[in-house]
Ligand binder design. Structure first.
Ligand SMILES: C[S@@+](CC[C@H](N)C(=O)[O-])C[C@H]1O[C@@H](n2cnc3c(N)ncnc32)[C@H](O)[C@@H]1O
Length: 259
């Protein structure tokens, strides 16, 4: 039976790799590396560095898989169908490479950024491949250090306050409003700077803990009261995005109780 490891590799710092991840990598014959295009080739580069650092040359094969294009312009009600189409395209691609590149008794691996359980489609896509029924395999999941854990660690803060909830959401959702009943909100995948909408909320005291490229040599961290920190974040963010061509950032918004 074919076997597949879905391995979380941490969110940018190669030292975040766990011993469990290294063990799973040593048990892998074929690594499937997803290439998301030129601008993000640094992310593929990190995966290659991780393999070079932990596995002797010639003990594994590498298969590069070019990510299908996604309709990123689709918004509103078109968003979910666009994501659905793209997942199916990816499922077709994964099905083909698993069938063609992985021998019947071999093990393959996907090296997933951060933790595979958080805003990552690999698990859903593998389930879709299994459902299609054309190729059979077993798979397991190795957790990784997520960008959320890395953000909290770099700012030396907890995510929740005592006995209070914390919510992880997307920039798209935050743009619709701050969630009710939750004062600590972690925001990922925010291409449109949704935090800017909450800079002049009368009667509310909100702090932000922001990080970009966390764990990498380009890391930027900023924190403080949202109203005064937001413009500094926007400036740093735009400058970094121009320089590198892409950005990945995550932040915690923390609503403080009024005295
Ligand atoms: C598709 S999600 C993948 C999340 C990943 N599975 C994890 O556990 O962190 C991509 C988002 O993760 C966040 N992200 C990932 N790596 C990051 C890093 N090194 N620094 C800041 N944010 C990061 C950003 O919000 C980015 O938009």
């Amino acid at each position: 039976m074919r076997r597949i490891h879905v391995i979380g590799i941490g969110a940018g710092d190669p030292d975040q790799l766990t011993l469990q991840a290294v063990k799973a990598m040593r048990d892998t014959d074929v690594f499937f590396l997803l290439d998301k295009g030129e601008a993000r080739s640094g992310l593929v580069g990190l995966r290659r560095d991780i393999l070079d650092a932990h596995l002797p040359e010639g003990t594994y094969r590498l298969v590069e898989v070019r990510d299908p294009e996604r309709d990123r312009a689709a918004g509103g009600t078109a968003y979910s169908p666009a994501v659905g189409d793209w997942r199916s395209a990816r499922a077709g691609l994964y099905e083909r490479v698993i069938a063609e590149e992985l021998g019947a008794d071999e093990s393959g691996a996907f090296l997933v950024w951060g933790d595979p359980a958080l805003y990552d489609s690999t698990l859903g896509i593998l389930e879709e491949v299994l459902e299609r029924g054309a190729v059979a395999f077993e798979y397991d999941v190795v957790p990784g250090v997520s960008s959320v854990s890395a953000l909290a660690a770099r700012h030396r803060t907890g995510l929740n306050r005592v006995a209070r909830p914390v919510q992880i959401t997307t920039g798209r959702r935050l743009a619709e409003g701050l969630p009710d009943g939750v004062d600590d909100v972690v925001v990922m995948l925010d291409a449109h700077r949704a935090y800017e909408r909450y800079t002049d909320r009368q009667g509310e005291d909100i702090d932000i803990y922001w990080g970009a490229y966390i764990g990498t040599p380009d890391e930027i961290l900023l924190s403080g009261p949202l109203a005064e920190t937001a413009p500094r974040i926007t400036e740093a963010r735009e400058e970094a995005r121009r320089r590198k061509g892409w950005i990945m950032d995550t932040y915690l918004l923390r609503r403080n109780p009024r005295d």
